[in-house]
Design a protein around this ligand. Structure first.
Ligand SMILES: Nc1nc2c(ncn2[C@@H]2O[C@H](COP(=O)(O)OP(=O)(O)OP(=O)(O)O)[C@@H](O)[C@H]2O)c(=O)[nH]1
Length: 589
C-alpha cells in the first residue's frame, strides 16, 4: 500500500518577499493628526462664524430698526411741534383781534420765519381765501381759496401732505439740486372769542426740512454703516429720496412687495437687485391730521455682514496657521515615535546579516517602544545563543556522523572480509571462490569463444597432511595451512583468486588462460614453491595439484570442479607431489 503524499503548506519567507510600497508611520500620523486638526478647526471656525453671523445680523437689524423708529419718532415730534406753533400763532391776540393786514401781524409772521427757517412762507388769509399778508410780502392779495390747507384750516388745525409749490415756485429760489420745491402745509383757523372765523393762518414748511430730519437720524449711525432711509406715504409710494421717487413714478419696481404695508423687519431684496436689512416704522400719529407716512430704513446686507467676512477671513487664517502648527506638532510627534521604530528595524536587519547583537542605541521616549526595544534585544540575544548552540550541536553531530560512518565502513569492510575470507589463511573462502567461478564462467560463455581465452581451476592438496596433525599436533597443522596460503598468494598473479577449498585443500582460479599449458605452468610454480619451502617445526612438504580448464560448453561449474578433482585424484594416485591436467575431452572418473 502506498503512503499518502504529504503536502506541506508553502512557506514564504516574509523577508524574502518584495517590500510593498506602504505609507510610512510618520506620514500617516502627520496626515491623520493634521487632517483631524483641520477638521476640528473648520468645524469650530464654521460654528463661530455662524454664531457671529447670527449675532451681527441681529445687532445690525436692531440698528436699522432703531434708525427707522428714531426717524419716525423724531419726524412725528417735529411735525407736532410745527403744528402746535401754527396753532399757537392762530390764537395770538393781534391775529384774533385783527386786523390781519396790520404791520404787527406782518412782524409776527416775519419773526417766526426768522426763528424757524424750515418755513418757506407764513401768511394769514381772510375767510374768503385772499391772502392778507405773507412773509416776504409773498402772495399778498392772491387767492388760496381752493388750496387744501386753506379749506382744511378753516375748520381745524390742518397738516397737509407733501406737494409741489404752486404760486411760490416762481417766487422762491430754485433748489440747488434741481428738485422741484416741495412743501408740507400747516394751517389753523383764527377765531374770535365768540368762535367766529376771522381768517386762516397757514405756513409752507420746506420738504427738505422733513428729509433733513430723517437724514439727521441716519447720520447718527456710524458713517461706514451705509444705512439710508426712505419716506413713504400712506399708499406706500416713495416720497423720499428723490431718485427712488422718480424711478417709481416711471413704473420701476423699486420697493419689494413686503415694504409699504405697515411693519416689516428683516432681509429684503430691493429693485436694484441687492439684499438689504430692512425695517419699516409707521409714523406715530401725534398731529391732529394723521399723514400715514412710514419710514423705511435699510442697510446693504453685504455692508452689514462685512465684519463677519473680516472675522471669517481671520478665522480661516487662524485655522490655517493652527492646522499648520498642529501638523508640524504631529510631524514631530510622529518622528518621535517612528524614529525609534525605524532604528529598531535597522538593528533587526543588522542582526540578520551580522549574526550578532549590536548595541541598542535606541532610547525611546515612549514606554511601549522602550519595552519593545528591550524585548527585541533580549529576543535577539536568545535567538543568537540558540543558533550558536545549534551550530555547535551540528558540528558535533557532523563529526560523530563522520566517525560513525568510518566505523561502519570499517565494520562493513571487516564483515566483507569475514564473509569472503578464510579466517585461518586469509585466502578467499569457498563461498567467495564459488562467486568468482560463476562470474568467470559467465564471462567465458559470453566472450570466451571470440577471444579464445578460458579460465582454469587448480585444486591443491597437501600430501599426507594427516601425519603432520598426528605427529606435530593440530596447531602445527594450522600453521602449515597458514604458511601454504601465503605461498599460494606469492606464487600466483594478483588477478588470480587463491582460496581455501576445504580442510587441507586449496583452489586457485586462473582467469583468461591462453591454453592448458598456462594452467599447468601455474600449477608447477606452486608445486615447486611448496616443495622448496621449509615449514617451521614440520620440515618439508609437497602438494598434489589437479588442473582443469573451463569449456564454453560447460553449462554449470560442476564439470570444471569435477575435472580438477579427478586430476587431483590422479596426481595423488600417481605418487603425489605432481601436477595432473584433466582437459575437456578427458574422461572423468
Ligand atoms: N591441522 C588441521 N588439520 C586439518 C584441517 N583440515 C583437515 N585436516 C586434517 O587433514 C587430514 C587429511 O587427511 P587425509 O584426507 O587422510 O589425507 P592425507 O593425510 O593428506 O593424505 P593424502 O591426501 O592421501 O596425501 C585429516 O587428518 C584432517 O584432520 C585443518 O584445518 N587443520
Amino acid at each position: 500500500m502506498s503512503e499518502p503524499v504529504r503536502t506541506d503548506p508553502v512557506r514564504t519567507d516574509p523577508a524574502a518577499a518584495p517590500a510593498r510600497r506602504l505609507p510610512t508611520l510618520r506620514g500617516q500620523l502627520s496626515l491623520w493628526l493634521g487632517g483631524l486638526a483641520l477638521a476640528i478647526l473648520t468645524l469650530v471656525g464654521g460654528y463661530l462664524g455662524n454664531v457671529a453671523t447670527d449675532e451681527l445680523f441681529t445687532t445690525q437689524q436692531a440698528a436699522v430698526r432703531a434708525t427707522a423708529q428714531s426717524a419716525a419718532e423724531l419726524l412725528a415730534v417735529q411735525l407736532r411741534d410745527r403744528e402746535r406753533q401754527i396753532e399757537l400763532l392762530s390764537t395770538t391776540p393781534h391775529l384774533v383781534d385783527g386786523p390781519l393786514d396790520s404791520p404787527r401781524v406782518r412782524e409776527s409772521l416775519d419773526r417766526r420765519q426768522a426763528l424757524h427757517d424750515e418755513f418757506a412762507w407764513l401768511g394769514v388769509v381772510a375767510p374768503d381765501g385772499t391772502v392778507m399778508q405773507g412773509t416776504g410780502g409773498m402772495l399778498t392779495g392772491r387767492s388760496v381759496a381752493q388750496r387744501d390747507w386753506f379749506m382744511g384750516g378753516r375748520e381745524r388745525v390742518f397738516v397737509g401732505d407733501v406737494h409741489e409749490a404752486k404760486l411760490l415756485a416762481t417766487m422762491l429760489p430754485a433748489l440747488p439740486n434741481g428738485e422741484p420745491t416741495r412743501f408740507i402745509d400747516f394751517a389753523a383757523p383764527i377765531r374770535s372769542a365768540d368762535g367766529r372765523l376771522m381768517g386762516v393762518v397757514g405756513s409752507h414748511a420746506h420738504w427738505r426740512w422733513v428729509t433733513g430730519l430723517v437724514e439727521s437720524v441716519v447720520r447718527r449711525q456710524s458713517p461706514g454703516s451705509r444705512i439710508d432711509a426712505m419716506i413713504l406715504d400712506r399708499e406706500g409710494r416713495v416720497l423720499y429720496p428723490e431718485s427712488m421717487k422718480l424711478a417709481q413714478a416711471k413704473g420701476g419696481a423699486v420697493l419689494p412687495a413686503l415694504v409699504g404695508q405697515g411693519h416689516y423687519d428683516g432681509e429684503l431684496v430691493f429693485g436694484d437687485g441687492r439684499a438689504y436689512l430692512t425695517s419699516e416704522a409707521q409714523l406715530p400719529e401725534r398731529t391732529r391730521a394723521a399723514l400715514g407716512w412710514r419710514i423705511v430704513a435699510r442697510q446693504p446686507l453685504d455692508q452689514a455682514m462685512r465684519p463677519v467676512r473680516a472675522l471669517a477671513r481671520e478665522l480661516v487664517l487662524l485655522g490655517v496657521l493652527a492646522a499648520a502648527a498642529l501638523t508640524l506638532a504631529a510631524l514631530l510627534l510622529a518622528r518621535r515615535i517612528s524614529k525609534p521604530v525605524e532604528q529598531l528595524a535597522r538593528i533587526a536587519a543588522r542582526i540578520e546579516t551580522e549574526r550578532r547583537v549590536p548595541d541598542f542605541p535606541v532610547q525611546p521616549a515612549v514606554r511601549e517602544l522602550d519595552g519593545l526595544s528591550r524585548a527585541m534585544q533580549s529576543m535577539a540575544q536568545a535567538l543568537l545563543r540558540s543558533e550558536q548552540d545549534l551550530q555547535r550541536a551540528n558540528a558535533t553531530l557532523e563529526s560523530q556522523v563522520q566517525q560513525r560512518t568510518a566505523e561502519l565502513q570499517a565494520a562493513n569492510a571487516q564483515l566483507e572480509h569475514l564473509a569472503t575470507r578464510d579466517p585461518l589463511t586469509g585466502l578467499h573462502n569457498r563461498r567467495s571462490l564459488d562467486a568468482r567461478l560463476i562470474e568467470a564462467h559467465a564471462l567465458d560463455r559470453r566472450y570466451g569463444r571470440q577471444n579464445g581465452r578460458v579460465h582454469g581451476l587448480l585444486l591443491v592438496d597437501v600430501d599426507h597432511f594427516k601425519r603432520i596433525n598426528d605427529t606435530h599436533g593440530h596447531p602445527a597443522g594450522d600453521a602449515v595451512l597458514s604458511q601454504l596460503g601465503q605461498l599460494l598468494l606469492a606464487s600466483v598473479r594478483v588477478s588470480d583468486v587463491a582460496a581455501r577449498f576445504g580442510g587441507e585443500e586449496f583452489a586457485v582460479l586462473l582467469p583468461e588462460l591462453a591454453g592448458p599449458l598456462d594452467a599447468v605452468m601455474a600449477a608447477e610454480k606452486i608445486r615447486t614453491a611448496v616443495a622448496a619451502a621449509t615449514f617451521p617445526g614440520v620440515g618439508k612438504l609437497t602438494v598434489s595439484i589437479g588442473v582443469s580448464l573451463a569449456s564454453p560448453d560447460d553449462e554449470q561449474l560442476g564439470p570444471l570442479i569435477a575435472r580438477a578433482d579427478a586430476a587431483l585424484y590422479e596426481a595423488k594416485r600417481g605418487g603425489r607431489n605432481a601436477v595432473v591436467l584433466k582437459d575437456v575431452g578427458d574422461a572423468v572418473a
